[in-house]
Write a protein that binds this ligand. Structure first.
Ligand code: GDP
Ligand code: IMO
Ligand code: MG
Length: 422
């Protein structure tokens, strides 16, 4: 059984924790898109880990992790992540971490171009993580990117970077930002590249062989459906296909190799960065921040918070083909007396049950809510569906009904074992 774990909202749904929970039975854990814009938190045996480029499966001994061709890879960032893990006693030998030679590389000028674009957008800025993700994917699509295979060929790499900088430097100069020369760019990644060299390989036939041998493959999605470059709140999105299809194009395994799509959502909604958020709500934001929750794992920014939005979930379940829902952070609502669920958007007097494409319509959308009673009980010690308070079960049942997919997992705390399996 091969599964994709994918976010159904704006990222940070708790994918890392669900992947960690499912890794026990998996053989391979694969990232197929995104880069170190991701921050996946796993709490295992009381220790907190935040993973950015490394698949969360790395925390389980004996599991093989793959950074697929669809990922954009910051070599220096990855080496730092490996070193940080090794300091916590987790080893990352070459046989446990395979990196695709086709993965595109994030270079220092991508980060500067990311910052330059944001600065130039003023009020229309995206609020990116400034990790150079957009410019690296843009270079890939524009056919002027470097893949790891290119970077390992020194003369070719120098030639390609020289060409790229001829275009990038004038742009940076126009923002009074530092310009780059080829030698410095190469020098900045030299050491990291040497460290990573034993990991870099053609991962595609390896995954194919594993699939044919019946090994279990788990895909770890990054970001979420509304950050997907096609299905998200464009232009306030990231630059990759975060939805389930990205797992196939990002790894080289065919679509029919995937049997299950596990869609992860919080029991409420959060977003970090700019862009529309119809159910954003100050009261629930202050409440969650007051509990010390909802601060970003990558940039530390306070996440914007709001009520559950099933207009988002319905469409996300549809485009992903979600077979199982994982609802996390149910415990975040434990103390509430009543809870709102958005069932539709009213735009110019008309009700919509799917999100609009028109970027200006988002700003006019008003949420239509259904209000359910809260449970006002601590759920963090519950380990079965039956032990959840009745109102919590009713809330989850309604969530599934409105979203159009069945619930399989419920998260009632950040720890590995705080997961209810239905
Ligand atoms: P990801 O990017 O989707 O992996 O999610 P993040 O790690 O960025 O953010 C999710 C946050 O929620 C992290 O701090 C997790 O430790 C935490 N978390 C995940 N599931 C639960 C849950 O069921 N309850 C609580 N209280 N925290 C959770
Ligand atoms: P995980 O995997 C939440 C957001 C940024 C910004 C937009 C574009 O932890 O769920 P980018 O740097 O990708 O160009 O930024 O996307 N963003 C995320 N938000 N979780 C993430 O990843 C995110 N990765 C990118 O905040 O709004
Ligand atoms: Mg995250």
């Amino acid at each position: 059984m091969n599964s994709v774990v994918t976010g159904l909202q704006w990222g940070d749904e708790g994918k890392g924790k669900i992947v960690d929970f499912l890794t026990e039975s998996a053989d391979f854990v694969v990232r197929g898109q995104g880069g170190n814009n991701a921050g996946h938190t796993v709490i295992a045996k009381g220790v907190k880990y935040v993973l950015h480029l490394l698949p969360s499966g790395i925390l389980w001994e004996g599991k093989i992790c793959v950074i697929g061709n669809g990922v954009v890879m910051d070599p220096v960032g990855l080496v730092k992540e490996i070193d940080d893990l090794q300091e916590k006693g987790i080893s990352v030998p070459p046989e446990r971490l395979l990196i695709s030679d086709r993965a595109h590389v994030v270079l220092p000028y991508h980060r500067e171009l990311d910052a330059a674009r944001e600065a130039s957008l003023g009020d229309r800025k995206i609020g990116t993580t400034k990790r150079g993700i957009g410019p690296a994917y843009a270079d890939k699509a524009n056919r002027c990117g470097l893949r790891l295979a290119d970077l390992l060929n020194k003369e070719l790499a120098a030639e390609l970077i020289e060409l790229r900088l001829a275009e990038a430097n004038p742009i940076l100069a126009s923002y009074d930002l530092p310009q780059f020369n080829t030698a410095d760019v190469l020098a900045s990644v030299k050491e990291a590249l040497e460290r990573l060299r034993p990991h870099i390989t053609n991962t595609i036939p390896i995954l194919s062989e594993a699939y044919k041998a019946g090994k279990e493959i788990l895909f770890e999605g990054a970001q979420g459906a509304y950050l997907d470059v096609d299905f998200g709140t464009y232009p306030f999105v990231t630059s990759s296909n975060t939805t389930a299809g990205g797992a196939s194009t990002g790894s080289g395994l065919p679509p029919h190799a995937i049997n299950r799509v596990i869609g992860v959502c919080k029991a409420y909604t959060t977003r970090v960065g700019e862009g529309p958020f119809v159910t954003q709500n100050e009261d629930i934001s202050n409440y969650l921040h007051g509990l010390g929750r909802e601060f970003g794992a990558t940039t530390g920014r306070a996440r914007r918070c709001g009520w559950l939005d099933t207009v988002l979930l319905r469409f996300a379940c549809m485009v992903n083909g979600v077979t199982d829902l994982a609802v996390t952070n149910l415990d975040g609502l434990d103390e509430r007396t009543s809870i709102d669920i958005c069932t539709a958007y009213r735009i110019d007097g008309e009700d919509h049950t799917y999100p609009p494409a028109d970027r200006e319509a988002w700003n006019r959308a008003e949420p239509i809510y259904e209000t359910l009673p809260g449970w006002q009980e601590d759920t963090t010690a519950c380990r079965t569906w039956e032990s959840l308070p009745e109102n919590a079960r009713n809330y989850l049942t309604r969530l599934a009904e409105l979203s159009g997919a069945p619930i399989k997992y419920v998260g009632i705390g950040p720890d590995r074992d705080q997961t209810i399996l239905l």
